[in-house]
Design a protein around this ligand. Structure first.
Ligand SMILES: [Zn+2]
Length: 129
């Protein structure tokens, strides 16, 4: 279902936004301590430079608001509507979700952000940008 060539593939797997051939991250697991923000500088396959400009990924913070709200809404729906939890339990569930999924939210936001600037070009091997 999740096919290479769609933005969703790059966003969900954290792969290079241009060639989808390899991960942008040094370690694919965002929960590995100290590895959350560690990204390769360039794609080893198509040589895309991920950080377009020095503070490029600051923009991902805006995306993380939206992604964070999406997770909060999901937690609300599951706790309140699915399990019929009380308001206080629902609130705790939302906070716990946000904390637990923070690494995922941060990486998803970066992946979405970078995919706004690149598009899938499977043949763009080593054009050296
Ligand atoms: Zn690439």
């Amino acid at each position: 279902m999740l096919k290479k060539g769609t933005k969703l593939y790059s966003i969900l797997t954290g792969s290079c936004p241009k060639c989808h051939q390899e991960s942008m991250y040094v370690n694919k697991n965002p929960y590995k301590p100290g590895h959350l923000f560690k990204m390769n500088e360039r794609c080893g396959h198509c040589d895309t430079k991920y950080k377009i400009e020095p503070s490029f990924f600051y923009g991902a913070m805006y995306v993380s608001y939206a992604v964070g709200i999406a997770f909060a809404v999901a937690a609300f729906v599951i706790a309140r509507l699915l399990f019929g939890a009380s308001l206080i339990i629902t609130f705790i569930a939302i906070v716990a979700t946000m904390v637990l999924f923070m690494p995922v939210i941060i990486r998803l936001s970066r992946n979405i952000w970078i995919n706004l600037f690149f598009k899938y070009e499977p043949e763009s091997k080593a054009l050296g940008n």
